[in-house]
Design a protein around this ligand. Structure first.
Ligand code: ADP
Ligand code: GLC
Length: 493
């Protein structure tokens, strides 16, 4: 079958710029697609904080991006995803992207996000025209790219680029990109389409809904989340449009980059290890205890957290449960994360109160995240909602047992421990409540002390899981082919 040309249009890409798992996905899936022989490319804004890693070259020709009543200019930087030949392009424009932040400014929300990402969406398409490279499929990610499918369906429909099919992946439906209606003129889109299709809400436009309405195919990042978002309880107000498009919506479970996340090769760990020889994991645990000023003791169960501190992640439940956990159980807990300042304060306070057994680092530190994955015995993830979740999969691969709430992708990746039955690869609880989380942590703790052999079995089963991108990449290719057929009338054989 013929190779496809696929463009990823994304606001984040690992290892250049990352806020969360979206970056991991966009950094990893293209590599797998390239291995299957497809011509994949990635385009992302060049924020001020972008890490210029591999060889960067600026394209000589400036990129003129038509927005509003004028043409604004971008400089295009070109490199490759590390270890591959997958081209990655970064669009630089001082007005929109010179600041370090991706979605929020130094004082909170970026009030020009609508203009920033409309400029990016238009720029990504103009870049294809400049390169004279016309993709079969444009794969868009979350609200920042919601205008791309509409541009292709309206003003560009008759242009060569208009043949491209679009696949829109929902990473997190909570963020919908409500934008002032000025973005319609700025993006040079027809008002009538917004009015007719219910994309305009008073003076505001919903950019995710725009993407959901106009894309050829829709995906989200786990099968369970695909079902949840079609219900009024889980649809964040968009379940109607998702049910309307149910025939085109597929839940494809995210994979992990298992070259990068491999405890036997991870160079950032103080020692490497594998399921067959876990000696190095004990070294990681000791280093982790040391790093957070905890008692260096191999016999105490150590619980780790790596997370954005946001309502979605349910870590307020952990903050509330901490006194009971720290005072009644013989455990250690370490956490790294950033976000909600009340939660940051509450965990800082706990680090004072439980000095020596609770350690916290407020910030975003990729190396520390890996040490926590490698050195902990358990990984805590009490998410209220979790479209997929990658950290529980990293934890399993690192022999660290996830303790998760049964929601979204956590349901699809973690099987609950069944005492005495050699089943499960983690601990699963159902209610988003403090007692449910505390009980689950208590159960893990009791298993650690009282049933070490069963714990070892859980760990082996967790480490044996195959969460690589290989399977899901195949599903995406099939979906891309259906999308091309829908768009052009011809199945690309
Ligand atoms: P989400 O995208 O909702 O934040 P995921 O589990 O899909 O959740 O992905 C989170 C990604 O961000 C993982 O790669 C995780 O290691 C990383 N991460 C989250 N918080 C931090 C942090 N404070 N420091 C370093 N990495 C972090
Ligand atoms: C979002 C979700 C997370 C998912 C990630 C990658 O950030 O919150 O669950 O794993 O996207 O798709």
């Amino acid at each position: 079958m013929r190779a496809l040309k696929i463009l990823f249009v994304s606001p984040e890409v690992e290892p250049f710029v990352k806020v969360g798992g979206l970056a991991d996905m966009v950094g990893a899936l293209p590599k797998e697609l390239a291995k299957l022989g497809h011509d994949v490319r990635v385009v992302c804004p060049a924020y001020g904080s972008i890490k210029a890693m591999a060889e960067w070259k600026a394209r000589v020709e400036p990129l003129g991006v038509d927005v509003g009543s004028t043409t604004r200019w971008a400089r295009t930087w070109e490199t490759v995803l590390p270890g591959t030949t997958v081209p990655a392009y970064f669009l630089e424009n001082n007005d929109y992207f010179s600041r370090a932040e991706v979605y929020t400014g130094p004082w909170g929300a970026c009030e020009d996000n609508d203009l920033r990402f409309a400029f990016f969406s238009r720029g990504a398409l103009t870049l294809c025209e400049q390169l004279e490279w016309f993709p079969d499929v444009i794969h868009c990610h979350d609200w920042t790219t919601g205008l791309v499918p509409m541009m292709l369906n309206t003003t560009l429909r008759g242009a060569p680029l208009g043949k491209a099919a679009t696949v829109f992946t929902i990473h997190n439906l909570e963020h919908q990109g409500y934008s002032p209606a000025r973005v319609i003129n700025f993006a040079r889109m027809p008002w009538t389409d917004f009015q007719r299709d219910g994309l305009l809400f008073g003076e505001m436009v919903n950019l995710v809904k725009t993407g959901l309405y106009h894309s050829t195919k829709l995906t989200t990042v786990s099968p369970t989340y695909a079902k949840e978002i079609q219900t009024s309880a889980g649809g964040f107000g968009l379940d109607g449009v998702l049910r309307f498009r149910a025939g085109d919506l597929v839940g494809v479970l995210n994979g992990i980059d298992d070259d990068s996340w491999d405890p036997s090769r991870d160079r950032t760990l103080p020692a490497n290890y594998s399921a067959a020889d876990l000696t190095g994991k004990a070294v990681c645990k000791a280093k982790l205890q040391e790093r957070f000023g905890l008692e260096v003791n191999p016999h105490l169960p150590l619980f780790g957290v790596v997370s954005r501190l946001a309502e979605q992640k349910g870590l307020d439940l952990l903050a509330e449960a901490l006194p009971a956990i720290m005072e009644r159980m013989k455990v250690q807990v370490v956490l790294t994360g950033c976000g909600d300042s009340r939660l940051e304060n509450s965990f800082n306070w706990a680090a004072q109160a439980y000095r020596g057994s609770f350690g916290v680092h407020i910030g975003f530190d990729g190396k520390l995240a890996r040490l926590i994955q490698g050195g902990s015995d358990f990984f805590v993830m009490p998410s209220r909602s979790e479209p997929c979740g990658l950290t529980q999969m990293y934890a399993m691969r690192y022999g660290t047992l996830p303790i998760v709430r049964a929601t979204g992708g956590l349901v699809d990746t973690v099987q609950n421990y069944e005492e005495g039955r050699e089943r499960g690869n983690g601990f699963v609880f159902h209610d988003a409540t403090v007692p449910a989380l505390t009980n689950s942590i208590g159960w893990a703790c009791a298993t650690y002390y009282d049933r070490p052999q069963e714990l070892a079995g859980l760990q082996q089963r967790a480490m044996a899981m195959d969460h690589s991108w290989r399977q899901s990449a195949g599903q995406y290719v099939e979906l891309y082919r259906w999308a091309v057929e829908r768009r052009t009338g011809v199945y690309p054989t």
